[in-house]
Design a protein around this ligand. Structure first.
Ligand code: PLP
Length: 363
């Protein structure tokens, strides 16, 4: 049995008729940018997460860098972020010429809130919290620190669509929640797409201006913005998928609980779940001290796996200018050396899950 780490085709065929119908509807409408699909999606997604406003954008990275741009965070400012995140989180900060200040992750792979306070300086302007792999971060602590030090709070929810903390959806705790709808995300488009959510009307208005060359009124440009518009086709297809989000999330949670119940190889460390924190299982991440051997063993059995992420941002070539070296963030580096994501996708059959489980248990 050949099992890929992810199967985007299955996610399409699940709702093939509805998706094809919507695609044709948009294609035949003659309206492709900033129309009723985008505004309907914005309303529906805002309501799904429990925010007042949603603004559709072209990608998750755009959501992040535009968020900091609009909050006025730039040169000379510091933003606290976890060191083990996907590099796009950090780029959202540095595109604005602000400085990322890294904090080690906790045992749930999210920011270790006990280590944040020591990193706060006069220059700290914001915390960027990333709900990595789909599990909500410790938001009680993060929100308390933002209040105590008057910091802005931005959430990177690119992996946490539908994950809550104490009943409140990720993306709604701070000033701006940033989402990606890259095809492999839990809510995925069929191309690049992203959005922000916020309760602040001014921020929503500014974001709509920035995504469209800095203009509110056509050809009257107030700021140097971007071309970062969610298109009608993606918005329409996202609306179809959003209607099914609850069942899609439940399916991932069921696969995860099967893994957690049935995997029992002492060589593997299974993911831990935090009390009060929802987990939507964007990835099912295990740790293995002998990862190279495990990857090869799985390869031989035609089971795909992916490392999220092999090189932490502080050690990547792109950020060599920050001057970090190996040893700067030992917890992050240990995760980078030992984590492995095993197959997890909507449409994964029980037979496929059982094959992965029996192979992993026999390793
Ligand atoms: C995918 C992802 C992004 C970037 O989203 P794009 O739509 O690919 O630009 C940012 N942060 C995290 C944590 C991600 O997983």
């Amino acid at each position: 049995m050949k099992i890929m780490p992810n199967r985007l085709d299955k996610g399409f065929f699940m709702y093939q008729d509805e998706l094809e119908q919507k695609a044709l509807e948009v294609l035949r409408s003659g309206w492709y940018i900033l129309g009723k699909e985008v505004s309907s999606f914005e309303e529906e997604f805002a309501s799904y997460v429990g925010a007042k406003y949603c603004v559709g954008l072209a990608s998750g990275l755009d959501a992040l860098w535009l968020a900091f741009r609009i909050l006025g965070i730039g040169e000379g400012d510091e933003v606290i972020v976890q060191a083990n995140t996907y590099i796009a989180s950090v780029m959202g900060i540095t595109i604005n010429h602000a400085t990322p200040v890294f904090v080690e992750p906790d045992e749930y792979y999210n920011i270790n809130t006990a280590e944040i306070e020591a990193k706060i300086t006069e220059k700290t302007k914001a915390i960027l919290v990333v709900h990595l792999y789909g599990q909500a971060s410790n938001m009680d602590e993060v929100v308390a620190l933002c209040e105590k030090y008057h910091l802005r709070l931005v959430e990177d929810c690119a992996q946490s669509h539908g994950a809550d903390y104490n009943g409140r959806m990720t993306g709604t705790f701070g000033d701006i929640g940033c989402f990606s709808f890259y095809p492999s995300k839990n809510l995925g488009a069929f191309g690049d797409a992203g959005a922000i959510v916020t309760d602040n009307e001014e921020i929503a208005k500014a974001m709509k201006m920035y995504r469209n060359y800095g203009s509110e009124k056509r050809y009257y440009n107030k700021v140097v913005g971007a071309n970062s518009r969610l298109d009608e086709l993606q918005a329409g297809l996202l609306r179809v998928r959003l209607k099914h989000m609850e069942e899609l999330t439940k399916e991932r949670q069921k696969i995860a609980s099967t893994y957690l119940e049935c995997l029992h190889n002492p060589k593997l460390i299974l993911p831990k779940t935090r009390e009060h924190a929802g987990h939507v299982w964007h990835q099912f991440v295990i740790q293995c001290g002998d990862r190279e051997a495990l990857i090869q063993y799985l390869d031989e059995r035609e089971i795909g796996s992916i490392i999220h992420y092999p090189i932490p941002p502080h050690l990547s070539e792109a950020y060599s200018y920050l001057g970090y070296e190996r040893g700067s963030f030992p917890v992050t580096e240990k995760y980078a050396d030992t984590v492995l994501s095993i197959p997890m996708y909507n449409g994964m059959t029980r037979e496929e899950q059982d094959y992965v489980i029996s192979c992993l248990n026999a390793f």
